[in-house]
Design a protein around this ligand. Structure first.
Ligand code: NFE
Ligand code: MG
Length: 566
């Protein structure tokens, strides 16, 4: 007989997510993903000046704020067919990279590592053996036996108090936790060190954006940063080289710590390459433009169905004609008025709450579809699309990752294993390594362009009379983001955001086909129904952000981690 589990809320994510699963013979047989919060910022935007929309849309989320500023101004620029200066593209690109490096480091260590790492095993480790286990992987000074011993003392002190603080509420001692005490110690040491490096990366966002979260420097037509090499009040060489120094430190952490750690944990938990695949349809948009016309990009985009790499459909232009024609959002099972799907430019956001109905409406997240299919977005989509289109950096870093993972696993792990729970973590590490490399290149492009005498950062937008529509796309840390605007006589008449987590946390559609989380959970083993660690592993592998997905917050406050087993 099937057992129903309700996990509400799922923690170590952004926002409020409830997941229900039915477990039959030790494995998940049915799944529902439900977002339990709503605010409806899109409705606030109607009638406003499109030039100020980015300021509001950033408030969709407190995690990926920059991305909603960028997608918003790009949507308006697309509607106006506005060509913006190269410096503006490059400054936006550096913010994209710095924000993503921060976000991916935080996701692995602080939001998901504790699904795999048992902190309570740390006192059993031999610090010398722990250091020896990773010293062959890199020259990182934070891998010494002294650092491991100090970390162990800190953790012992915490455990002795009986109040685990940031390590409270883990599924400690769960039978699916399989690392040795030494690897647990290394992971906890790097968890603590990672706090420093995610902060340094975010500092770059603050320097370029004026503050973070919620940057201040965006504009329809470019960026508001003044570039003046002789002024202390503008973006000058001092500032540019401070940014470079920070990127160098973060890049080193990515190469010497984060990337090898993910490969190690993936190798040791290689059975998780066999769970969590889902539908295997992937969508990514190109980003990091390197010219003012948006014809060349350093990150590739494209569409893949059934993980058939040979049939990848590349997307050469950000938001190409196919993308504009193929994206719809279905509200059959979401708490909005109506049934069936609409294109975003014609989409509406009218709430209609009905309580949770397994076969009816059960979430605030709409169901986006591309060519009728539920698409997974995020680093796994980026890496598979990049690999399929022979993007040189993706091939280089993925081959390197798979080589390391195979060594740790003691058996070959190929690209065919990527559609999986562990594949998502590995792909995120690959994307991070690519971005770390591109950080220094894009920084150099900006320095070279400024030194050549080009100081332009802005062109003023001009609004035509009559109606225009535009789409702004951006490859955010959690995947493809698109903002869709309709503007009439200089005022917004519609605004729809189709967000990465909206794609991934999508409910069933009018045909009853579930979204990527729901599909990925099917078949996951559940060792202890009262401690559904495996559900967390698969859901966390996507890096959920419900605030983005529905653009909301819960004003009523919430229960803390309640698990109801029926
Ligand atoms: Ni709120 Fe986001 C990202 C966007 S969510 S974190 O990345 O856009 O899907
Ligand atoms: Mg939306």
């Amino acid at each position: 007989m099937a057992t129903r589990l309700t996990i509400d809320p799922i923690t170590r994510i952004e926002g409020h997510l409830r997941v229900d699963v039915e477990v039959d013979s030790g494995a998940v047989s049915k799944a529902w993903a439900s977002c339990t919060m709503w605010r409806g910022i899109e409705r606030i935007l109607i009638g406003r000046d499109p030039r100020e929309a980015w300021f509001f849309t950033q408030r969709f989320c407190g995690v990926c704020t920059t991305v909603h500023a960028m997608a918003s101004v790009r949507a308006v620029e697309d509607a106006l067919k506005l060509e913006i200066p190269l410096n503006a593209h490059l400054i936006r690109n550096l913010i994209l990279i710095a924000h993503a490096l921060h976000d991916h480091i935080v996701h692995f260590y602080h939001l998901s590592a504790l699904d795999w790492v048992d902190v309570t095993q740390v006192p059993l480790a031999d610090p010398k053996k722990a250091a020896a286990a990773v010293q062959g992987l890199s020259n990182w000074t934070g891998n010494s036996a002294e650092v491991m011993a100090q970390t162990q003392e800190r953790v012992k002190g915490l455990l002795a108090t009986g109040q685990l603080g940031i390590f409270a509420h883990g599924y400690w001692g769960h039978p699916a936790m399989k690392l040795s005490p030494e690897v647990n110690l290394v992971a906890v040491a790097h968890y603590l060190q990672a706090l420093e490096f995610q902060r340094k990366s975010n500092q770059i966002v603050a320097i370029l954006g004026g503050k973070t979260p919620h940057i201040q420097n965006m504009a329809v037509g470019g960026v508001m940063n003044a570039v003046d090499l002789d002024s202390q009040a503008a973006l000058n060489l001092d500032r540019l080289f401070m940014i470079r120094g920070l990127f160098e430190e973060v890049t080193r952490f990515v190469r010497e710590v984060y990337f090898p750690d993910v490969c190690l944990i993936a190798g040791l938990y290689n059975d998780w390459f066999d769970y969590g695949a889902g539908h295997k349809h992937y969508l990514a948009v190109p980003d990091l433009p390197t010219d003012t016309l948006g014809k060349r990009f350093d990150l590739p985009g494209g569409v893949l169905f059934d993980a058939r790499l040979a049939d990848v459909k590349p997307m050469d232009v950000a938001g190409d004609a196919q993308f504009r024609a193929n994206v719809v959002e279905d509200v059959t099972h979401a708490w909005y008025r109506g049934r069936g799907a609409q294109a975003p430019w014609a989409g509406e956001t009218v709430p209609e709450y009905t309580d949770f109905h397994d076969d009816g409406k059960y979430t605030w997240v709409k169901a986006p579809r591309y060519d009728g299919k539920p698409m997974e977005v995020g680093p796994l989509a980026d890496v598979l699309v990049g690999y399929a289109s022979k993007h040189a950096r993706t091939v280089k870093w993925l081959d390197s990752a798979l080589g390391l993972v195979s060594t740790f696993a003691g058996k070959p792990i190929g690209v065919d294993k990527l559609p999986s729970t562990m594949g998502r973590h590995l792909a995120r590490a690959v994307r991070t390594a690519i971005l770390a490399e591109l950080a220094l290149e894009h920084h150099q492009k900006l320095v070279d362009n400024v030194l050549s005498g080009d100081l332009a950062t802005f062109v003023p937008p001009v609004f035509p009379s009559g109606e225009v529509q535009g789409v702004g796309v951006h490859e955010a840390p959690r995947g493809t983001l698109s903002h869709w605007v309709v503007i009439e006589n200089g005022k917004l008449t519609n605004y729809q955001a189709v967000v990465p987590t909206t794609w991934n946390a999508s409910p069933r559609d009018v045909d009853g086909v579930g979204g990527p989380y729901e599909a990925a959970l099917l078949g996951n083993p559940i060792a202890v129904p009262e401690q559904p660690l495996e559900v967390l592993r698969t859901v966390h592998s996507f890096d959920p952000c419900m605030a983005c997905a529905c653009h909301a917050y819960d004003p009523r406050g919430n229960r803390l981690a309640t698990i109801r087993v029926r």
